[in-house]
Design a protein. Sequence first.
Length: 249
Amino acid sequence: MNADLEKLKRIIAGSDNIVFFGGAGVSTESGIPDFRSADGLYSESQAPRGSFEPAYPPETILSHSFFMSHTKEFYRFYKDKMLYPDARPNDAHYALAELEKQGKLKAVITQNVDGLHTVAGSVNVLELHGTALRNICMTCNECYPLEKIITAEEIPQCSCGGIIKPDVVLYEEALDPSVMTKATKAIYNADALIVGGTSLNVYPAAGMINHYRGNKLILINKSETPYDRYADLIIRESIGLTLKTALLR
């Protein structure tokens, strides 16, 4: 085990209020592409999964106004490009769930909408951008599972006749203030903050790191971030392997 992993292991062993803040890089090891990398969703080089090419940029399609005005086209893109129902948690998800069971990890704050932290067994998961596993009727607020979206022929509809919308934060929509408050409080009170799989370039989520007041800021990311100069430990390796190794006794 190299010196950085040894240091991470010591930090985890000596901390009782750890918070994890993660992004798309946590889920890429489960086969879910990120957004902004060379092979990400927003890259023109990404090979299409489905049978059509969208007529609009992804940022436009994934906006509130587009959802309201072009709902059918939104769902064609969303189902073809955004949903990975066969994806399973990886070593990072399971390691974090184990840390929570040990009583050390107090919260997982994630920008991802795939729900894999919950599937892996984490309980206190704060989903800044919502989750694709939950879908809500815009008329009566009835809640539906992901299967309802996947099996719908075009626009998913509630039994009341209303349109069902994924409980994810689209462009032009605000983050849930109650989730933001809980996440901010968790970061502020943490004695160790592990940030992984995120470029820390997407705001307002990335700005939440500024609320950390401790001296154990760990960044696990394969590329540089704007917060590298504030970190007490930087690891450029696989986040799954890193967290799994750090938990080995």
